[in-house]
Design a protein around this ligand. Structure first.
Ligand SMILES: [Zn+2]
Length: 278
């Protein structure tokens, strides 16, 4: 484990709760709750239905550099984020191939208009909705539609980037509690900071981890599992990036449980279902 930072619980947490989920309930969207994970399992695979579906096919990764007065963006930081996001996408594509899943990412990069408050994972579930509620876009749906520019994608999701230290999080769509909205996708908030700033720092695996949340993967880290389940996890997917976020993404993997939750496998192996029941 010398080369692996077991920062899972520390590095990135998935915030849950409702956000701009929509009417379409066929998504495999999930959140950290076990109920949701089980629901997601029942609905797999779900292709071609937009975000929160199976992570296959053409996928648009929409990135927005969010300006904040305390931590404005600079060219160097943006370039570093772009490189890590691309590394994360390439890694997911490569992992997908091992399951026979074709994933192709396209990246879109935008700068926010104006300055925005820095969200916190503990209460950030409505960040996207709140941010665009009174905007000229007429809400988060409108904002996302503007970014899509009329292009149709099998999957897309949005990642807000802040140039400061923080604990990144994902707010996966949960149709069970979703609001009535045409936009049923989710969002991630990713903080860009180096190791010197503290426990949560940006690395490709961290970006990949958040993306997988948006497609139904759940945290399976040591703190969340009892000893029996940890033994199972260690046996079947010790290097899963939903379990631990390695500083070098090549030291991680997307194990069979996560692969099932994001639609790369049709079922979770019998013995591993226990992992989703606690
Ligand atoms: Zn997580």
């Amino acid at each position: 484990m010398a080369n692996k930072l077991r920062l899972f619980a520390l590095v990135f947490a998935a915030a849950i709760l409702l956000t701009a989920c929509g009417k379409r309930d066929e998504t495999a969207a999930s959140n950290d709750s076990i109920e949701s994970a089980e629901e997601a399992l029942l609905k797999l695979p779900t292709e071609d239905i937009g975000s929160a579906s199976a992570l296959v096919g053409d996928c648009l990764w929409i990135n927005v550099f969010m300006d904040n007065e305390q931590c404005p963006w600079d060219a160097e930081s943006k370039a570093a984020v772009k490189e890590m996001v691309t590394d994360a996408g390439n890694y997911i594509t490569k992992q997908g191939k091992t399951y026979g899943a074709e994933v192709r990412f396209e990246y879109k990069w935008s700068d926010s208009e104006g300055s925005y408050p820095i969200p916190h994972y503990a209460n950030g579930a409505t960040f996207a909705v709140d941010t665009f509620k009174n905007s000229g876009y007429g809400g988060y749906d409108g904002y996302v539609n503007a970014l899509l520019e009329g292009t149709e994608y099998g999957n897309y999701f949005l990642m807000f980037h802040f140039n400061c230290h923080g604990r990144s999080f994902s707010v996966p769509c949960d149709t069970a509690v979703g609001e009535d909205s045409d936009y049923y996708s989710e969002f991630c908030v990713a903080f860009y900071s180096g190791k010197e700033d503290g426990d949560y720092f940006a690395c490709p695996a961290a970006y990949a981890h958040e993306v997988l949340h948006c497609f139904g993967a759940v945290d399976i880290n040591e703190e969340r599992l009892d000893s029996e389940l940890n033994a199972l996890a260690e046996e079947h997917f010790p290097d899963d990036i939903m379990r631990a976020v390695p500083e070098n993404i090549e030291n991680g993997s997307i194990g069979v449980l996560s692969a099932s939750l994001i639609g790369w496998e049709n079922s979770v192996p019998e013995g591993l279902k226990e992992l989703l029941k606690n």
